[in-house]
Design a protein around this ligand. Structure first.
Ligand SMILES: [Mg+2]
Length: 273
């Protein structure tokens, strides 16, 4: 039985780790975290929290948190929402950092009435999401459990898309382009999640904290730029170049690179402590 949802005792070093999942902690092809296990084990032994910061939904992340015995808070839907486990271990307190799903759907419904042509996850049964993404029916259902962002397919011209984008901006929302879908969300990104985590742990531990962030994609850029120890994991298509002078690039992709750089950082910080 879990008695403590996440460590509120200060770790040996005042560090928080924040990580992207796909292509970063998870292997791009087989979704395994195996190569990162040595570093994850050492972080756990030190009491350093490891916060996932992902485009996935809360439901999609639950299995991985369980597999890794991860009890720390986590950020979903590209920085739009942070889930903080309750201290009794049952469920989460969720803080929306962007705009709530209901408010996003209200704006989309109004724009549809004005003639904008799109089809969002809210309009699709799980079977349709499964067909579009290649996910299983169950995974598709989990990806439909949105809290603060809406993926959609655009069914009109580029010109109409430009108008749609500016209408969303006027409503306080933004449109980002992902691999398969456009995403409508509030004014948050993965750096919003990092700022929340910094503040949260500084209050909890009553001391300044350093944040190590790991990511491989364009949507990780703002998070990496805001980190004290940014670790770039080489992506499938590109290697992010940051202006943050503390940035290091991992020697290999995915969890192997994650492991290498994290062990190196821990050694460096423990020597300095
Ligand atoms: Mg990624």
């Amino acid at each position: 039985m879990t008695t403590q949802a996440f460590a509120n005792s200060k770790p040996a070093i005042s560090l928080v780790v924040m990580t992207d999942l796909d292509g970063t902690l998870l292997d791009h092809y087989n979704y395994s975290t195996r190569a990162a296990r040595p570093a994850l084990k050492q972080l756990k032994a030190l009491g350093v929290p490891v916060l996932f910061n992902t485009s996935k939904t809360c439901e999609e992340v639950a299995g991985l948190r369980h597999d890794l015995d991860n009890l720390d808070p986590f950020v979903c839907e590209n920085g739009s929402v942070i889930h903080i486990p309750k201290t009794d271990g049952e469920g989460y307190n969720s803080e929306i950092l962007g705009t709530s799903y209901v408010d996003i759907l209200k704006v989309l419904s109004q724009l549809r009435k004005e003639g904008r042509k799109f089809r969002g996850f809210n309009d699709m049964p799980a079977s349709e999401v499964a067909a579009l993404t290649g996910l299983s029916q169950e995974s598709a259902w989990m990806s439909k459990q949105r809290v603060a962002s809406e993926p959609l397919i655009w069914n009109d011209t580029e010109l109409a898309l430009t108008a749609f984008r500016s209408q969303l901006e006027q409503a306080g929302l933004q449109l980002t382009q992902g691999g398969r879908f456009y995403h409508v969300m509030g004014r948050a990104d993965k750096a919003t999640g990092l700022a929340f985590a910094r503040d949260f742990y500084q209050h909890l531990w009553e001391q300044p904290v350093k944040i190590a962030a790991l990511g491989d994609g364009e949507n990780d850029r703002a998070m990496l730029e805001a980190a004290d120890f940014p670790i770039v994991i080489p992506g499938e298509k590109q290697i992010l170049e940051l202006s943050n002078p503390a940035a290091v690039t991992a020697p290999s992709k995915g969890p192997a690179g994650w492991n290498h750089c994290m062990l190196e950082l821990l050694e460096q910080l423990q020597q300095g402590a």
